[in-house]
Design a protein around this ligand. Structure first.
Ligand code: UT7
Length: 334
């Protein structure tokens, strides 16, 4: 019997309306539009209104995803939310989303894997579908990362933005299509280079942790950059080789958007030309776990020509942890 696979039946996203442009940032810190564009590729990013949280965006992305598929919330079996900015330490954002959309038959959880959060969530849900334990899963990447950014720190404040993306996974009706493969890694020795030191059980909030700015993202950009270029391009090339494919076979590369230079290095290593790379960092910045589903949304909904049955897509990500990985999809549609 052919192996059961999961496929992406539908996509959804949420983008906050408020934009923060490079010229806005020029007035806040010692930076320039020229530096930000040439070193990162970001031109503007979105900022969620204060007080709303990741679940607000996740719910809206999930609703669009379900509406596009014509699937009711009560038909969803599983909700996984990839996030490093849950509404609260607990309960899980997945529980808040489940309640808000009315997915009364679903179980679920949050998954913390930095900017690889969506990819790790997608792979986890796909395996539960492959195993026959779950028939329909909502996989969401949602981060209000700007709530953790120090807007006096030019090393981090120019990069990040808020967004959410969602996909609906189901068992693929036809063998040989859907999520065919994934390769995932973690390496905790890189943890210190990209982290938020305060607010967890080791350093709970005190006046001192606030004064020390421990509740903001800390990033040693150069060390993260080196590891990201290396690992993301290697793991994206590896999944091609493992499956007997080359860059020429790929319709779209959908990489995490941390820095244009990392994306370009990955595409080059895979032998993929520019037009086949989804790059939305210019408009949205680094949206952490939302960047890959935003890219998928662009490929499926906004590109013309977009994705058609049989097209190969490669997803790739690298993030805090370190975490990284790639996934190979062969698109299925009716
Ligand atoms: O998403 C998860 C994983 N994250 C990543 O993959 C991010 C990886 N890292 C990066 O993308 C880059 O390292 C950054 C965009 C964060 C920084 O770019 P960089 O080219 O690595 O810059 P750098 O940290 O090596 O700094 C070069 C110079 C420094 O000045 P000096 O010491 O040479 O005088 C910085 O102070 O650029 C300076 N600088 C800036 N100048 C203007 C740093 N940030 C800014 C800024 N505007 N915003």
């Amino acid at each position: 019997m052919a192996k059961r696979t999961a496929y992406v039946r539908s996509v959804g996203r949420f983008l906050p309306e408020k934009k923060l442009t490079n010229s806005d940032l020029e007035k806040m810190v010692d930076t320039s539009d020229e530096w930000i564009v040439t070193r990162t590729g970001v031109r503007e990013r979105r900022i969620l209104e204060p007080g709303l949280g990741s679940s607000y965006m996740a719910v809206r992305a999930a609703r669009e995803c379900l509406e596009r598929a014509g699937v009711g919330p009560e038909e969803v079996d599983l909700i996984i939310v990839g996030t490093v900015t849950p509404d609260m330490m607990f309960p899980a954002t997945a529980c808040l989303v489940q309640n808000e959309i009315g997915a009364k038959n679903a179980w679920g959880f949050d998954l913390s894997a930095g900017c690889s959060g969506f990819l790790f969530s997608l792979s986890t849900a796909a395996q539960l579908i492959e195993a026959g334990r779950v028939n329909r899963a909502l996989v969401i990447g949602s981060d209000v990362i700007t709530t953790l950014i120090d807007y006096t720190d030019r090393n981090t404040c120019v990069i990040f933005g808020d967004a959410a993306g969602a996909v609906l996974l189901e068992a693929c009706p036809e063998p040989g299509f859907g999520i065919l493969d994934f390769i995932l890694h973690i390496d905790g020795s890189g943890g210190e280079y990209l982290c938020m030191k305060g607010g967890g059980s080791r350093r709970p909030a005190t006046h001192q942790t606030v004064d020390n700015k421990e509740h903001f993202v800390f990033q040693d950009g150069r060390n993260v950059f080196k590891a990201a270029v290396n690992e993301m391009s290697n793991v994206a090339a590896e999944i091609l080789e493992k499956n007997g494919l080359t860059g020429k076979d790929i319709t779209f590369l959908i990489p995490h958007q941390a820095n244009n230079r990392i994306v370009e290095a990955t595409a080059k290593r895979m032998g993929i030309e520019n037009g086949k790379v989804i790059a939305n960092i210019g408009n949205y910045g680094n949206t952490v776990s939302a960047s890959v589903p935003l890219g998928l949304y662009e490929a499926v909904v906004e590109r013309d020509p977009g994705v058609k049955k049989g097209d190969y897509l490669v997803l790739a990500a690298f993030g805090a942890g370190f975490t990284w990985g790639s996934a190979l999809l062969r698109w299925w549609e009716q």
